[in-house]
Design a protein around this ligand. Structure first.
Ligand code: SF4
Length: 183
């Protein structure tokens, strides 16, 4: 990574004598985007790619995500990696429901995105059948660079998300379409 691309782009400020102004949305968005705690929901081979992404060569820690959470209550970013059987669907949804808002989801690999090569009676044809997805990472399996690219795309979404988005009727309607109630 070049030195230029590794720099964090700061929000726009209005500068004056002895003060600097910006919006709370932008500051909170920046902080959230650089501290996404992942919950790895790995069921098969794509999970191995995630392990490589966490290891020293790719060093996921550079993105503020070095702390995997195996408790949904302390995670922001659900990363679903692997084949999800239909029987697993309710479990995945329960994990999602236990995450606190704001929460984001990445579908990693063809299986999580669409069922992949497993067009069978027992495999969920994409996790977006049971939970909303923010970013899809294609590939069978995707390389660690692709997983990192997906996380960086999510960081852009997080950075630009208005703080009140989770209270909007549109967001509540999205969750309701999945049968998920908002607390
Ligand atoms: S997308 Fe390919 S590599 Fe990933 S879990 Fe499915 S079969 Fe395995």
């Amino acid at each position: 990574m070049s030195e230029e691309s590794s720099k964090v782009k700061l929000p726009e400020f209005i500068n004056g004598d002895g003060y600097q102004l910006t919006s709370l949305d932008k500051v909170i968005g920046l902080a959230r985007s650089k501290s996404l705690w992942p919950l790895p929901f790995a069921t098969s081979c794509c999970g191995i790619e995630f392990m490589a992404t966490m290891a020293s060569t790719y060093d996921f820690a550079r993105f503020g995500s070095e702390r995997p959470s195996f408790s949904p209550r302390q995670a922001d970013m659900l990363m679903v990696m692997g084949t999800i059987a239909k029987k697993m669907g309710p479990v995945l949804r329960q994990v999602y429901e236990q995450m606190a808002e704001p929460r984001w989801v990445i579908a990693v690999g063809a299986c999580a995105c669409s069922g992949g090569v497993f067009d069978t009676y027992s495999v969920l044809q994409g996790i977006d059948k049971v939970i909303p997805v923010d970013v899809y990472v294609p590939g069978c399996p995707p390389r660690p660079e692709q997983i990192i690219d997906g996380v960086m795309k999510l960081q852009e979404l997080v950075k630009n998300e208005p703080m009140r988005r989770r209270n909007t009727p549109e967001y509540k309607a999205l969750l309701a379409s999945y049968g998920i109630t908002v607390n």
